[in-house]
Design a protein around this ligand. Structure first.
Ligand code: LCS
Length: 407
């Protein structure tokens, strides 16, 4: 058992140590990769007792239902969020789907924010309705609109904060106050993991992440996690993640995530500082019409973000739109040239990597969203999304200067 009192340490200490015990076999400091599908029993009686959970302690029987490397990853995530327990999944979509299947049945109603990641949008628009699940879309930042959308059969309110790709902040505490105790507030906090915000403490019932992004942080593994009460996590694990979804991460990916999480605090500080510099640079750029970044005083989310996001950190994601006429080009055409001219940012979807990534939501991450719905949520054809990496902000800004000049 760790000797550290985690209730009494700063986030930097917690994220390095929580969830990881020295390995019981040899005392290894780093959690070993238990690359095994199954676990052996000395006797039938021992196997039966482990299946029946009659032996105290953690006793995995088969890696779909539990693996020590993945368990360490789950416990670190639970500690990171201040939740009772966590369930790890093979991807962020595995986390989204497991929550849906755990808590929705035919005849239920779910409210989704009007702008979520394209894959989650597909779940809302195409996966759930054929199951007889009613879906409404509202701007969850508009609490009055949210209240008006609640029905007697509403079971979940689901949103991302900040959201993909508009970087809009939704007031978690206000949403929970508006929906009451019987409707689960599920928050996808992928765009701003701890230490930037702790949404369970703000009133969310469940928080989930695409671990693929900042939490693993190295662009080399897919993963997801759901964190919340022990009771809710029990339902997700027993009924969905290990059954109809069957989507645990591989032990090797769990090891990569554990390794990545050790540096989460320092990485997020640098992502946020770089993003703030670049957002300010873009805001002052004559070719840029609008910058979406909650750290900017001009951003409509700024006041709420200062309250809800911690330590003056606003995340590493910045979206922006070019002017309608850039050197005689439309914002869309100019945007394409800008992306092609850049040398440091990679043109790629995903986010949260050490490498700066830049993409065009209308043709990439949100291409599957109906054009009217895209526009209603602010995702114009000229919108560009930037995941600011860990390079030098000075070098990135110089690269943007060159790329704008060459349009
Ligand atoms: N939630 C959010 C907010 C996301 O941005 C993504 C993926 C997911 C869930 C799903 O996670 P995954 O299954 O990919 O681990 N977002 C992506 C994006 O913006 N570009 O590529 C993937």
């Amino acid at each position: 058992m760790s000797k550290i009192d985690f209730s009494n340490v700063d986030f930097e200490t917690l994220i390095v140590h929580a969830g990881q015990e020295h390995d019981p076999a040899y005392g290894a400091l780093a959690t070993p990769i238990y690359q095994t599908s199954t676990f052996c029993f000395d006797t039938v009686e021992e196997g039966a007792a482990k299946f029946a959970k009659q032996i105290p302690g953690y006793h995995p029987v088969y890696s779909r239902s539990g693996n020590p490397t993945t368990r360490a990853f789950e416990l670190k995530c639970a500690a990171m969020e201040g939740g009772e327990d966590a369930v790890a999944t093979a991807s962020g979509m595995g986390a989204v789907g497991s929550v849906m299947l755990a808590f929705l049945k035919t005849g239920d109603h779910i409210i989704f924010d009007d702008s979520v990641y394209g894959g989650t949008n597909f779940v809302a628009e195409s996966n759930l309705p054929p199951l007889g699940i009613e879906v409404s879309r509202v701007d969850t930042a508009n609490i009055e609109a949210l209240k008006a959308a609640i029905r007697p059969n509403t079971k979940i309110v689901y949103f991302e904060t900040p959201n993909n790709p508009m970087i809009k902040v939704t007031d978690v505490a206000a949403v929970k106050a508006a929906v009451g105790p019987d409707i689960r507030v599920v928050v996808d906090a992928t765009f701003a993991p701890p230490p930037i915000q702790h949404v369970l403490k703000l009133g969310a019932d469940i928080v989930l992440h695409s671990i693929t992004k900042y939490i693993n942080g190295h662009g080399d593994a897919l993963g997801g996690v759901v964190v919340g009460s022990a009771a809710d996590m029990g339902v997700i694990r027993a009924n969905c993640m290990t059954k109809i979804n069957g989507c645990p991460p591989s032990p090797f990916n769990s090891y990569l995530v554990l390794r990545g999480m050790k540096t989460l605090a320092v990485r997020m500080e640098k992502h946020c500082a770089n993003a703030m510099e670049i957002a300010k640079y873009l805001q002052a750029n004559p070719y840029v019409k609008t910058v979406y970044y909650p750290g900017l005083e001009s951003d409509p989310s700024h006041e709420l973000a200062c309250k809800q996001m911690e330590n003056g950190m606003f995340g590493g994601m910045v979206s922006f739109e070019l002017n309608d006429d850039v050197k005689g080009l439309s914002s869309f055409e100019a945007g394409k040239k800008l992306l092609n001219n850049l040398t440091i940012p990679a043109i790629a979807v995903s986010l949260g990597d050490p490498d700066t990534l830049i993409e065009h939501p209308a043709s990439m991450t949100h291409a599957g969203v109906a054009p009217e719905a895209r526009l209603a949520a602010g995702i114009t054809d000229g919108l560009v999304r930037l995941s600011v990496g860990l390079e030098s902000a000075k070098d990135l800004i110089a690269d943007f200067e060159r790329a704008f000049a060459a349009i």
